[in-house]
Design a protein around this ligand. Structure first.
Ligand code: BTN
Length: 241
């Protein structure tokens, strides 16, 4: 379903889930203009109307238990990666946990909201924002880029959306068939700054380190001067980005 204008496709999808009618798995809500898009860390997500992809997919991964919920993040990130890879090539990376990067610039991000029931995931609202045909970004957009800035061409949003959905489905089906090791290893191999020295900050301390791994639960493992340390999303900041 495409909406002309909505606050946030994630919020919209969560609202229709709490109404009486069941919403089928695989439902995609796309917005031409999302005027109150939500990002990670309580940030807002800005995108010029009509030029970018802002959408949410409903998954019902009851076969994934809560402690493995990072598998949903992996499937979604890899699906976006595979869809964009034929256009953008090997400079495309996944920045842990789920940003899409080209070189050192951010092409897009995700807000995945899982609704748990006991130890299972009842609903997963996978919200994805990708900069496609936007040419200019405000100064406060940091290191944002778009497919148009990279390739100097306009792309059909619906085509890219359907590629992304097809590839996410493929990874989701791997998970469903018990092939989570394949999905986890592929995710690691696509990581931004894997085994490259980089500055990080955690708890006010700045240090150099190398990304080595991501645990099954989704924690980032960094080699810090010969010792490995594990970080949750809110515990670590990538510097010089
Ligand atoms: C981030 O990098 O901070 C995550 C951005 C996620 C934005 C998408 S756009 C579609 C969906 N609806 C939202 O309100 N947010 C996500």
């Amino acid at each position: 379903m495409t909406l002309k204008e909505v606050d946030s496709t994630n919020t919209f999808l969560k609202n229709i889930l709490s109404n009486s009618k069941p919403v089928p798995e695989g439902t995609v809500i796309m917005a031409e203009d999302q005027f109150a898009g939500r990002g990670q860390r309580e940030n807002v997500w800005h995108a010029e109307p009509g030029k970018n992809l802002t959408f949410s997919i409903l998954l019902k991964p009851a076969f994934i238990d809560a402690q493995s919920q990072f598998d949903v993040t992996r499937a979604a990130s890899l699906g976006v990666y595979d869809a964009l890879m034929p256009l953008l090539g090997h400079k495309l990376k996944i920045k842990w946990p789920n940003d899409i990067y080209y070189g050192s610039k951010k092409l897009g991000g995700m807000l995945i909201e899982n609704i748990l029931q006991g130890s299972q995931i009842k609903h997963s609202v996978v919200g994805i924002g990708l900069n496609i045909n936007q040419e200019h970004f405000p100064d406060n957009a940091g290191n944002a880029t778009s497919v148009k800035q990279i390739l100097h061409k306009d792309y059909d949003l619906k085509n890219i959306l359907s590629e992304i959905c097809g590839h996410i489905e493929a990874y989701y089906l791997h998970l469903k068939a018990g092939r989570s090791a394949f999905v986890r290893n592929t995710y690691i191999s696509r990581l931004y700054l894997l085994n490259e020295e980089q500055n990080y900050r955690s708890n006010g301390q700045v240090f150099k380190g190398f990304i080595k791994h991501v645990t099954d639960e989704g924690m980032l493992i960094i080699d810090k001067g010969g010792e490995e340390a594990a970080f949750n999303f809110k515990e670590i900041e990538f510097l010089n980005q």
